[in-house]
Design a binder for this molecule. Sequence first.
Ligand SMILES: [Fe+2]
Ligand SMILES: [Fe+2]
Length: 169
Amino acid sequence: MTAMPLIIWTETMSVGVESIDTDHKFMVSLINRLKDAVDADEDRAAVGSVLNALLDYTVYHFGREEALMAAVEYPELDTHRRLHAELADRVKAIRADYTERQDAEIGVEVLAFLKSWLVRHILGDDMDLRPYLVGRPDAVAEADRAYAEQAPLDMAAAGDPEESSGASS
Ligand SMILES: [Fe+2]
Ligand SMILES: [Fe+2]
């Protein structure tokens, strides 16, 4: 039986920069993996570790996006950065909640929230970046390279994005 992915990434979600699209696809795949874990009634430690991977990757991705926004002098950088901080706090709170609460509904609530914030943020706030990023390919490439160089995250812990469903391009 193949599980239905919660979110399917489509071209309409593309912000026109490969590194950002790749991050978004990976976050989609982590949320889909979380759904699989919840559906399969995997133990709390397994679900918790996917939540941890999602939180770590989200923070890492926000850093990249903010570096790119700075490189193209995006006028709404401060507002967007504030949105990221709020979202990261929400995901942190969800993870803490998940550790504390023992009821079965929490998995479903968490998934509903994650799906709506990710899709809304990509299609709304991130899409506003598109013209700025697409218009300055050299600045974007340079900032991308610099961020990749400092890449602090060990993605081995988060697994292979291609393994999960819903991350097709
Ligand atoms: Fe963003
Ligand atoms: Fe983003």
